[in-house]
Design a protein around this ligand. Structure first.
Ligand code: PLP
Length: 413
């Protein structure tokens, strides 16, 4: 008997599957609000000016290494220098981590690749227990369970009834987890939580990190949206700065794992540019060498080395002061547009959480609509949200906001 003939059909990707439906929908007023890709006020996915200028520099400058040879297994050395400086010196204000050689760093296939390599490393050497928020980016569970975690634990994050962070239950849940002999990882969204768009307040984060530290959990921080919370790239690294506050948290026993992506904040989605940094518990060059060697081995066994072009763009951008300045502006403009969308929708709907800057951030707004309501939006109005009720603000513009808000109003009655 052929086993391959018995392979069952996997469930369709919840988000990308919907776009296929959208593409086939004949409704001329249809709106796709499913995907997390930034679109401008005309509904176009564009390249940031800073990125376009970096591309031009690469095209025009013969001195830039443009050959198409392989990058090293852990990525391009300049990328490592530029990104570590941007993250640890500029964003987190901890240059000593670089000087003390305390960071094990690899260039990854964007944020997804960073989480996957982190998961594989953790499950091989440290733990196969991880807690992820309920809700979370659906791929988190998929990534961990495909990389050595038998299952994942879900901690309360979002209270669907109130639309608030389920703060006390979150803390209680963590405190009541049984200790099974190994430290436990905890996945945290650094900002702009996906799918709810709702982040803990700064005071809540402090209590949460206090608890995580007390319980000796391992922070695995997914930073896919740096810059999209406040429009300021540096400001948005606040969760990392908090975790690295040595007065409060002098020693993370098993380090901190940072999975970072330039997909959204540089608009490099398909170029797959990101990084995994493991902040080691102490400065120990032999430890770093051992960790690096194992990361290399994991990468080698999956894809050998990361792609070159996108990291070259990031390199030029991060190492050319006027382009970097432009990039900060580009991110700010993107966030200003998303905030203007929130305001335009608020003016029509009067839903206050749309404009609550303390806790509601980023590209997504969570409607708390039931699946029935989401289906009604799709079938009656040609408006596509993900089935959990997540709405991507980036697809909203002056041309469709009236139609959209009228439909949202009707469906929420
Ligand atoms: N993490 C979260 C929370 C995300 O929303 C995304 C993308 O949507 C990613 C990670 C990874 O994205 P990428 O692999 O494109 O960097």
């Amino acid at each position: 008997t052929s086993l391959v003939e018995k392979v069952p059909l996997a469930p369709a990707d919840k988000i990308l599957g919907l776009t296929a439906f959208y593409n086939r929908d004949p409704n001329p007023k249809k709106i796709n609000l499913t995907v997390g890709v930034y679109q401008d006020a005309w509904g176009k996915v564009t390249t940031f000016p800073s990125v376009a200028k970096s591309q031009k520099l690469i095209d025009n400058d013969l001195l830039l290494n443009k050959n198409l040879s392989y990058l090293p297994i852990t990525g391009c050395k300049d990328f490592e220098t530029n990104v570590m400086n941007f993250l640890f010196k500029e964003s987190m204000h901890h240059p000593e981590l670089i000087e003390q050689d305390r960071i094990s760093f690899i260039q990854t296939l964007s944020g997804t690749g960073a989480v996957a390599i982190a998961a594989s490393f953790l499950s091989t050497f440290i733990t196969n227990e991880i807690s992820v928020p309920n809700y979370s980016w659906a791929n988190h569970t998929n990534i961990f369970t495909k990389n050595g975690f038998p299952s994942v634990d879900y901690y309360p994050y979002y209270d669907r009834k109130t639309g608030q962070i389920d703060f006390q239950n979150w803390i209680n849940h963590l405190k009541n987890l049984p200790f099974l002999g190994k430290p436990r990882g905890i996945l945290l969204h650094a900002s702009c939580h996906n799918p709810t768009g709702l982040d803990p307040t700064r005071q809540q984060w402090e209590k949460i990190i206090d608890t995580i530290y007390e319980l000796k959990m391992i922070p695995v921080i997914d930073m896919a949206y740096q810059g999209l919370e406040t429009g300021n790239l540096i400001e948005d690294a606040h969760l990392l700065r908090l975790c690295l506050n040595t007065d409060k948290y002098p020693h993370w026993n098993n380090g901190i794992f940072l999975c970072q992506s330039f997909a959204k904040n540089m608009g490099l989605y398909g170029e797959r540019v990101g990084s995994l940094s493991i902040v080691l518990p102490e400065a120990d060059s032999q430890l770093k060498e051992r960790v690096n060697s194992q990361l290399k081995r994991i990468v080698r066994g999956i894809y050998s080395s990361p792609p070159g072009y996108g990291s070259r763009i990031a390199n030029v951008l991060l190492s050319t002061p006027n382009l970097k300045k432009q990039w900060f502006k580009d991110v700010k403009s993107m966030v200003e547009r998303l905030q203007s969308v929130r305001l335009a929708m608020f003016e029509r709907l009067n839903w206050p959480d749309l404009i609550n800057k303390e806790s509601n951030h980023g590209m997504f707004y969570f409607t708390r609509f039931s699946e029935g309501q989401v289906n009604e939006l799709r079938t009656k109005y040609g408006i596509y949200l993900t089935l959990d009720g997540r709405l991507s603000l980036s697809g909203v513009n002056n041309y469709n906001v009236d139609y959209l808000c009228e439909a949202l109003q009707n469906v929420s009655k």
